[in-house]
Design a protein around this ligand. Structure first.
Ligand code: SF4
Length: 220
């Protein structure tokens, strides 16, 4: 890839499906390529299109554009206008693959120097350092604890199945999350029950569920 170009698997606008930012709308920028080959991986990250930072920005702005006005119905009568000012979404979530293989200071600076600047969140596997300008870091470690690079993140998230133990993370986090294992797009009720038990016994942890898998069609 040339300087200033990125291989992007997909860009779409939806609400965040898990973690402490669940329910908040974000433009998802899914980068192609990963530095790991996890056996359980269910993400297609090989294919992609080459984009410049400017093209990524324009696509994010296009997806989040709001109409200048809208009609609303109040007590059966159609009214013209709005009751709240419409402010376009300014949240981006970088994901992948492993987004930190490609994210660089040029892309971050471009997004951060817009008016208003974009809030930048990232989902990483913990194998790369995270630039300080990223506003929210979610780490879902896929390597042994001693191999994890970031030392402080906003949230650390572990997938747990029935019978798995409580993780012992080295990284410091504001939020420690357990995510029950899924069987494809089906939640495993035994894994949910088990994670609830773990959280009740270890209350510094909280439960997160992959709502985007449960309600995939609706959330897109
Ligand atoms: S780190 Fe994530 S995207 Fe990469 S192979 Fe593992 S599960 Fe898949």
């Amino acid at each position: 890839m040339n300087q200033g170009q990125y291989l992007i698997n997909e860009i779409y606008y939806t609400i965040h499906g898990e973690g402490k930012r669940y329910g908040i709308p974000h433009v998802f920028i899914r980068f192609s390529q990963c530095n790991l080959e996890c056996g359980f991986c269910d993400t297609e990250y090989e294919s992609g299109r080459i984009m410049t930072g400017q093209q990524i920005l324009e696509e994010a702005e296009q997806l989040t554009k709001v109409a200048d006005h809208q009609d609303v119905t109040v007590n059966g009568a159609k009214k013209h206008g709005r009751y709240l000012p419409q402010i376009p979404c300014r949240n981006i979530l970088f994901c992948g693959g492993e987004p930190l293989l490609q994210i660089d200071s040029d892309l971050i600076t471009l997004l951060k120097t817009q008016d208003p600047p974009w809030f930048l969140a990232i989902e990483t596997n913990g194998t790369r350092a995270v630039p300080a300008e990223i506003d929210w870091v979610t780490m879902s470690p896929k390597v042994a604890e001693h191999a994890i690079v970031p030392t402080k993140v906003n949230e650390v998230k572990y997938v747990r199945g029935y019978g798995h133990g409580i993780p012992k993370p080295i990284v410091q986090a504001d939020h420690y999350l357990l995510s029950p294992m899924f069987d494809g797009e089906m939640a495993d009720p035994k894994a949910i029950e088990w994670c609830v038990k773990l959280v009740k016994e270890n209350p510094q942890w909280s439960l997160t569920v992959q709502h985007h898998k449960l309600h995939f069609g609706q959330l897109r």
